[in-house]
Design a protein around this ligand. Sequence first.
Ligand code: N01
Length: 538
Amino acid sequence: MTQSDRATPNAEFDVVVVGAGFAGLYMLHRLRALGLSARVYEAGIGVGGTWFWNRYPGARCDVESMQYSYSFSEELQQEWVWTERYPKQAEILRYIDHVADRFDLRRDIQLQTRVTSAHHDATTDQWRIATDQGDLVVARFCVMASGALSAARTPDIPGLETFQGRQYHTGDWPRETVDFTGQRVGVIGTGSSGIQAIPHIAKQAQHLTVFQRTPNFSIPAWNGPLSTERQEAWKADYAGHRARARTTRSGILYEYSQRGALDVSDEERRCVFEARWARGGANFTHAFNDLFINKASNDHAAEFVRERIREIVQDPAVAAMLSPTNHPIGTKRICVDTDYFETFNCSNVALVDVRANPIEAITPTGIRTTDAEYKLDSIVFATGYDAVTGALGRIDIRGDNGLALKDKWTDGPQTYLGIMTAGFPNLFMITGPGSPSVLTNVIVSIEQHVDWIANCLAYLRERGLARISADARAETDWVAEVNAVADRTLFPQAASWYMGANIPGKPRVFLPYVGGFGRYNEICAEVVAEGYRGFCLE
Ligand code: N01
């Protein structure tokens, strides 16, 4: 028992929500409608979660604007006007701020407050939640809306603290303008964040060195203004589009092919890939319906992209370095870029292969690899996140008998449907491990989870019940299902953050449910229709 377990709480709520990003805001809105009292804690000085912190140059969503937005309010989706095919970070943050004001959400959100612990008290059947600002509150229910890509990670490189220049992480970018003009800049990391930031930094910096460990597949975004006609056509049937999106694998309306890549001639396959490349975006990986399950089919798509890289990048040695060969296309998150490969034709940009010659240390003046020393004024870490479980791991969460979540999850996360974990009653997760989350349009996943949780709370109240917990047996079966579905795909062949592979010591388990959003949504509905099958209600 800790000191906070004995202290007298300052306040009591029906529900505490951790995080005021897309998930926390919509959760609060639904809780209000149920007449429940709620407090949302948010570490940032503003709402927006991941989109509040990710202010790096070029930050933009790779799901199209018309789809990357809430569907819960017809008025909101009709009235909001997006300006580009893919929304930039500032526009998304404006949208989130608009939502917070429009639905009067701010009065229940406490900013600049990080939840440090959440302990379940068996005697009162309440969660005791403590923050870094000294709050100690109790609530019957606790909802973790803390995000799947919110725990930014800087690798433990020796000498990190000795660097005399400026350091930045893409996932924790300063609010003030960063100007790289005249500087020698190093970027470590070539995932979605690095691939977006690099072309922008290259335009400003006197010299840019990109430290690449794994080359990534990237498809051009062909971003541009969103025409009024296109926007109005979409809005004419917004509800229909949303409903159709919810039946798909990714919760996104792509053109999902019904054919395998080996079912067509070489010429036809090439035409299909060319058309997809010309349209741009992640739609490319749905050019055939077997790219995620058939290596031979995947090889065709991968080789097509490598050919494009060789076409774009003038120096054949640099093109070879930028060409991914160690994982099937799509098994690390596909990137969507604007002028990424083209940037390596600029005379002020150099590419360094840190797989061949790893980074040994950060020095006071730059980065030292095993074969060279690079003098830098600024270093940008585009090194990603402790994904899916990281934000939960930073909170001391304890359930029945004081069991710590991090101890329960030593060998990998165990959840039932990614919504609850056995032994932690009345604790919900939004887009938790074992749910489709990061493999989908995350707003579609968020809305589905929030609706499920809100409906569950209403169900409990109508029946005079106070407690819901996941059944351990149902959880074991779900974890087995999550693994089995992943094993039928090519995803486990990549050392990706989906597998926890980017964090030294993190268990290698496939974190999201890859069976598709549509199927997952059906399963969640079936569970409810069968009286919350696999949950214990008391
Ligand atoms: O992070 P990442 P991210 N030395 O983990 C490298 C979403 N997102 O922030 O691959 C050298 O993908 C690491 O190398 P390797 C999206 O879901 C979306 O870019 O591990 N290099 C990799 O290249 C995305 O997938 C959008 O070998 C090191 C990079 O750092 C997710 O967020 C935009 C290293 C990290 O890539 C995460 O993307 C941005 C080391 N010690 C993000 N440690 C859009 O919607 C790590 N790396 C467009």
